[in-house]
Design a protein around this ligand. Sequence first.
Ligand code: GLC
Ligand code: CA
Length: 558
Amino acid sequence: MEQGNRKWWQSAVVYQIYPRSFQDSNGDGIGDLKGIQMRLNYLERLGIDAIWLSPVCKSPQDDNGYDISDYQDVDPMFGSMRDMEELIEEAGKHNIRIIMDLVLNHTSDEHPWFLEAKSGRDNPYHDYYVWRDKKDGMPPNDMRAAFGGSAWEWVPETEQYYFHQFSVRQPDLNWDNPKVRQEIYKMIAWWMDKGVGGFRLDVIDQIAKVPDEGITNNGPMLHTYIREMSRETFQKGDLITVGEAWGADTENAKLFSNPDGSEFSMVFQFEHVLLDQQKGKEKWDLAPLPFDGLKDVFDRWQTGLYGCGWNSLFWNNHDLPRIVSRWGNDGEYRVESAKMLATLLHGMQGTPYIYQGEELGMTNVTFPIEDYRDIETRNLYQERIHAGYEKAAVMESIYAKSRDNARTPMQWDDSENAGFTQGTPWIRVNPNYRDIHAAAQAGVAGSVFEYYRELIKLRKIHSVFVEGRFQMLLKEDENLFAYMRENEECQLLVICNFFGKQVSCQLLEEWEEELLLIGNYEGSVKGQMRPYEARMYLRQKQEEPCGAEPGSDGVGCI
Ligand code: GLC
Ligand code: CA
């Protein structure tokens, strides 16, 4: 990767905000745009470059904003368009860009297009959605929606079924209709004019579905549509674009994130966070994390995209449980394991994403079922109880995987409701907020927050973080996750003890203490890695200091 070709987003760190849970400014219990603006100093201090804002457009909130009824208006719950413009402007003053969440696979059933479309087969908007006639009095096939139930919904006015991959209130748009695509491009251009820094493309690998053949993601026209969209919109600006693709593998990821800029800046894929579930089953069907599998997945993605694609690095988002509860230890070693997981990820190639509260080591929750708000969780509960599952087993799955684990309010301080709201929060606050909160961490040495801040800083200083070639080490080791990154100037060694027992590590012998860049323990124990210990070393290969003059590494597609 040559310096001249380096894009700004390759050394950037993105922070994801789930607006309704971040900061409430007016006491209605729901986070809002003004609230985000109040916290820009905090974000600047952390050192992030961009905010990925989960959807704030007008929406009936059936799926918390991932069901949009007007792409060009802000939902009153979050504020006004004026607030949005102000946020873009104010964030800019803190050197933070705003990344909008584009939900283009489907709209809300209250979107004017859909209201027209379902009014009759002759309506000009009818073909904006995906309709099929009944077959022997039944839906055209037995495809299922991601949030449960059939993917087909009957509309008496048209005497047809419409297709929905998510909830019944999220009808799928028909991307095969060129008018739909043009409407979308116009809307994207409109947001670009507002000065947004980029876009996150929701379930973008599902837009080119072919329901008749049971195809949801990676349909045959997918890359044609994405390239057209990119050409007509993104390529006219210096944007970061990130495509969410549950169905990506390293091969098609090279298309999504082609360095020629024909599609997106990067792909956001999930292979590593799908490991702790039973093969061929749902995420609720829990299985222990296979550690060798985790190594294998990271190794494959790190080497597979080197020089010919770009990945997102993440443990968390608004759809995933909290990583420290999931694969760390949210009890005795919460701080150590949160830092270890951060180290493991932030040493890799790609653009790191930090999900709100991750930088504090926020944890999962165990609420009674009434306190869950997520449509997916609620539907799952009903479905499994009806199917005869034990309640305790269903709750076990929900504790481990519910999306609401990530959606409890941000923990700002130890005042009532964690400083999130003066009113009643829309979802319960995690009861541990009196111990785990930002006020106790920002500016406090040894905190998870300060550790993240340091990691972000290191990425800006040393080019090896962005450029270095990845090599997995200690592949067979059952406790340690270790790798090397290397470019012309530097070697970066990352060693993480992924578990809660002390183990010995031969690698340590070759790396003197002076080379330690960052670690999550005071001092060291010779030849040993303590529980969840993480160490990052940097060794210069040449005279000049690493990163002062990021050089060329002559990367080609391999
Ligand atoms: C994506 C979003 C998720 C949403 C779904 C449907 O996976 O991240 O929150 O429910 O798409 O839009
Ligand atoms: Ca509010």
